[in-house]
Design a protein around this ligand. Structure first.
Ligand code: GLU
Length: 497
């Protein structure tokens, strides 16, 4: 017999954004489906009407797309209410479910009583054996009801693809609700009806659902459905061993994106939460691991979310990008921080400056959001602040000689290039800048002006600081005219202060 085509589903509830844990579940479903030539179904589980919102659904879908996932079919549970109702009616007819007229207040009192007695929380089956007359009387009086599943005695057993055999005694499961009083299905019921209707062959989700799996298997059997395979991913813990929470850093994928993580790094990192290729390679694009991936290789140990490792990986992916690609990625961060304005982008000098900054700072970055701080000073019109150390250097007698000579040299190039109509900002690259410094160094060698005495005044006159990126880079980022402006500003500052 031909085996069924594998069909996976990712079933987020739109009651929050796409969190790390949910994104990891999506990722493993996506990789599993792709690596087994199967289908992936995206199913929005929005039957909790009070907590589900369209915005969350949108942000989950955006997050999935950003991470690079695609799916073959899409469903929303709120569009499928009739199907759940029909299946619940079938269970009622077959005497596998019953109407429960207990009021929420009664259930709450029962809950409190069980808690105070230290007993497991559950339903006490009050309505299980209600007579037909009593039921009809309640219906006639329009008393609201839920439909509850009749849990039968026995054992529930399944073979988890990651954890091996898992067994439950159904004693620990009390009669649970299938359809709520507002006619919406409970999570456990809708999932089972859908997993059957959508011909799901593999259910891969977080381990917090293991006890639900027991309930769902009972339902699969009662409804006469074929039971899929199950695999439960371990929890994600923070480095401190506590369950991952907001305390451990950004919580949703869109927050990580806004903090300047690259999608490739994020996807790579998420896949390492619970899995590692057998060759122990840690840096890969998801497309590279499809033929290496097996569900049975997923680890059952808790995964540890380590932000330092994610930062490290992110830096690696940043360095893999071309300058042009990084330019595009970095631009939203510069705009967000008001370092450039969108109308500036038609200005070739500004574009060029950004590109030079990208080239100068790309190796320092762990996240894109760090970029604005590295470059902020290069985009202001003047030096806003001089460090004490920089002022001390600038006040040395030899510094004046160096700075004058440097400015003269720049002026000379500027005039030459302008005469032939060349844009001097483009002409002054790192190499040319280095040449100029060397030439000045040679001329001042005999006066014993070299090393720090040569470099520091130039740097301080251009940036107001004694530390920063390599001096030739600073000169090339600023361009000749701006270097001259800044030197002029510094000389004036020294006169006045
Ligand atoms: N809607 C459930 C959740 O977000 C999914 C559970 C499942 O995959 O069955 O936790």
């Amino acid at each position: 017999m031909k085996a069924d085509k594998p069909r996976f589903r990712f079933a987020p509830s739109p009651t929050g954004g796409l969190h790390i844990g949910t994104a990891r579940t999506a990722l493993f479903n996506w990789i599993s489906a792709k690596s087994m030539n199967g289908d992936l179904i995206l199913r929005i589980e929005d039957t909790d009407l009070k907590r589900s919102t369209e915005e969350f659904e949108k942000s989950i879908i955006e997050g999935l797309k950003w991470l690079g996932f695609d799916w073959d079919e899409f469903y929303r549970q709120s569009d499928r209410i009739k199907l759940y109702e029909a299946e619940a009616q079938r269970l009622l007819k077959e005497d596998k479910a019953y109407m429960c007229f207990c009021r929420p207040e009664r259930l709450e009192t029962l809950r409190e009583k069980l808690i105070s007695e230290g007993k497991p929380i559950g339903y006490d089956n009050k309505c299980r054996n209600m007579s037909k007359e009593e039921i009809n009387e309640n219906l006639k009086n329009h008393i609201e009801y839920t439909i509850r599943y009749k849990v039968s005695d026995g054992e529930v057993k399944f073979n988890d693809l990651i954890r091996g055999e898992i067994k439950f005694s159904s004693d620990v499961i009390s009669d649970f609700v299938l359809i709520k009083s507002d006619s919406t299905p409970s999570y456990n019921f809708a999932v089972v009806v859908d997993d059957n209707d959508m011909k799901i062959t593999h259910v891969l989700r977080g381990e917090d659902h293991i006890t639900n799996t027991a309930r769902q298997i009972l339902l699969f059997n009662s409804l006469g459905y074929k039971i899929p395979d199950f695999a439960h991913l371990s929890m994600i813990l923070g480095k401190d061993g506590a369950k991952l929470s907001k305390r451990h850093g950004a919580a949703t994928i869109s927050q990580f994106r806004d903090e300047g993580y690259l999608r490739e790094a994020m996807a790579n990192y998420l896949s390492l939460l619970s899995w590692a290729p057998r060759d122990a390679e840690e840096i890969f694009y998801l497309s590279d691991i499809l033929n290496k991936f097996k569900i049975s290789d997923i680890s059952k140990n808790p995964a540890i979310f380590d932000i330092d490792k994610l930062n490290w990986l992110n830096g690696i992916y940043i360095r893999k990008k071309s300058n042009m690609d990084l330019f595009d990625l970095i631009l939203p961060f510069l705009l967000r921080e008001n370092i450039v304005k969108s109308e500036d982008l038609s200005n070739i000098r500004i574009k060029n400056k950004i590109l030079k900054c990208v080239d100068a700072f790309r190796d320092n970055l762990r996240t894109l959001a760090q970029f604005p701080d590295y470059v902020r000073d290069f985009f202001s019109n003047e030096i806003k602040y001089y460090d004490q150390e920089a002022l001390e250097i600038l006040r040395l007698g030899s510094s004046k000689i160096v700075i004058d000579m440097f400015a003269e040299k720049l002026q000379e190039i500027n005039l030459q290039e302008k005469a032939v109509g060349i844009n001097t900002d483009i002409i002054i690259d790192d190499e040319k800048a280095r040449e100029i410094i060397n030439e000045i160094g040679n001329r001042l060698k005999d006066d014993n002006i070299k090393g720090k005495l040569l470099y520091m005044p130039i740097r301080a006159s251009l940036t107001g600081k004694v530390h920063g990126p390599e001096l030739p880079k600073v000169i090339s980022i600023l361009g000749i005219e701006e270097c001259l402006n800044r030197i002029g500003g510094t000389l004036n500052f020294l006169i006045d202060n």
